[in-house]
Design a protein around this ligand. Structure first.
Ligand code: PMP
Length: 296
């Protein structure tokens, strides 16, 4: 499958206050965000022309920037409007949207107080995060070599660009060895999350998921906990040891891109794609779609 390079597509990208032609949305090579990881971003899905949980994503972008010590020069409402404008300009009904804020090129070096804060929003057509046929059977994960860092080591609550360095290394290691993704432990050796999604397990009719004290408490994660509750399914958020995986029946990942993706295998452990996983997969899809579209 050949992918059209992202800088060689057409349409519009919202950048620093308005829409610019897609191919003109460029930055200089001496950009602080590129050299020092001083960027924060969001990833959300577009269903029937609307972004699911747009406000929550826009608020999290602001919160992530604050953790990195900068303020985005646009309000949450302006970010939401930028998202709507770019979706309209692209005429996109189904896809993915990526708001990103970063420190510019006014200063180079670790100190960056004089840098201007930039904001861009791009959207594009993006199908299933994992191949659909693989998703329905459950994807295979390996255990990652890298661990999620101690909160004293990295700003783990921010969706910051720099935190994805170890995720890309692990994703590539997985792909190179025939796996779809990697399951990362945290700095204590407890179960944490995948490289771009949270993880849930099913046992005796209940959900078990790691307490998010050193990684992103995903918007999808919180949505799924709510959907499970509506079905009378309890979620236990706690510390989970890797050895406990032997006793879990089902497993799935959650993320804006991954949605609800069943897992069949993590290292030596095996899981079935059971009823609770399938129900939450369907509930999530139905809930993410705008209500007026679902009723059509
Ligand atoms: N963890 C990581 C590392 C992620 O990249 C994502 C995707 N943003 C998630 C968890 C899930 O977050 P959300 O459900 O908010 O997309």
């Amino acid at each position: 499958m050949s992918i059209i390079p992202y800088d060689q597509r057409d349409g519009y990208i919202w950048m620093n206050g308005g829409l610019v032609p897609w191919r003109d949305a460029k930055i200089h090579v001496l950009t602080h965000g590129l050299h020092y990881g001083s960027g924060v971003f969001e990833g959300a899905r577009i269903y029937s022309g609307e972004v699911f949980a747009l406000k929550q994503h826009s608020e999290r972008l602001h919160a992530s920037a604050k953790v990195l010590g900068f303020e985005i020069p646009y309000t949450v409402a302006q970010i939401e409007q930028a998202c709507r404008d770019v979706i309209k300009a692209q005429g996109l009904a189904e896809g993915y949207i990526r708001p990103i804020a970063w420190r510019g090129s006014e200063e180079m070096g670790v100190a960056a107080k004089a840098t201007k804060i930039n904001l861009a929003v791009a959207c594009w057509d993006w199908g299933s995060y994992f191949p659909m046929e693989e998703r329905l059977k459950g994807i295979r994960l390996r255990f990652a070599d890298y661990r999620r860092p101690d909160p004293m080591t990295a700003p783990c609550k921010a969706k910051a660009t720099g935190l994805y360095m170890i995720c890309t290394i692990e994703k590539h290691r997985s792909m190179d060895t025939g796996y779809a993704d990697a399951l990362m432990l945290d700095y204590r050796g407890l179960i944490a999350e995948a490289t771009g999604a949270n993880v849930f397990f099913v046992k005796d009719g209940k959900l078990h998921t790691p307490a998010p004290d050193c990684f992103l408490d995903g918007i999808t994660r919180r949505t799924v906990i709510g959907l499970a509750k509506k079905r009378g399914i309890e979620t236990v958020e706690r510390q989970i040891q890797p050895e406990e995986l032997a006793g879990f029946e089902q497993c799935f990942l959650t993320g804006s891109a991954a949605e609800v993706t069943p897992v069949s295998e993590i290292g030596q452990y095996r899981f079935t794609v059971g009823e609770i996983t399938k129900t939450l997969m369907d509930d999530y899809s139905a809930n993410a779609r705008p209500k007026h579209a679902a009723a059509e």
